[in-house]
Write a protein that binds this ligand. Sequence first.
Ligand code: COA
Length: 161
Amino acid sequence: MQRQDWRTEPLTTTRSDDAAALYRLFFPQTWERPWSGSEFSALLATPGCFGYLLIDAVHDWARGLILLRAAADEAEILTVGVVPDSRRHGGAARLLEQAMADCAARGAQSLFLDVAEDNEPARRFYERWGFTTIATRPSYYARGTASRVAALTMRRTLSHK
Ligand SMILES: CC(C)(COP(=O)(O)OP(=O)(O)OC[C@H]1O[C@@H](n2cnc3c(N)ncnc32)[C@H](O)[C@@H]1OP(=O)(O)O)[C@@H](O)C(=O)NCCC(=O)NCCS
């Protein structure tokens, strides 16, 4: 997969069930609670919430998504993911670039997210894109019944053209 073979399209409630199916592939771990299609629909209906699907333009398949919320001069990534067999081909980067342009157009100056301390791929990805850790919430995410890991809150500024 070449980087130019990706395209994005707005995530609408008509694709909520597809979004839920993708989400299960992003987070297959038993401790992750899946998000249902109706949860995606409910989120997309809330003010300021929007997202994009990542489409493999060669096969016209959805391979990833990003969901965000923007309010006033701040925006937050609620979730982002790419299916395992399509990772490390610039798909998440394509989603993030699209999302950051949209957030900036909506007036956001800063973009925030929460990531689990043990999610090394996501942390590396966000660091590459200029996010820095601004807060840590210890023992935030459960890992089975016996252990928990911290949530890191990361932030970057958005550029306005
Ligand atoms: C994090 C995630 C979205 C990255 O998607 P992706 O399509 O692989 O990312 P891209 O190809 O656009 O960017 C890859 C870059 O991110 C970083 N990265 C991604 N995965 C990495 C890994 N396993 N190890 C080290 N760095 C990694 C590297 O900088 C990499 O660049 P490189 O391939 O040139 O080394 C993907 O791993 C994923 O869907 N994970 C499961 C869902 C998830 O954890 N979402 C985030 C929740 S906060």
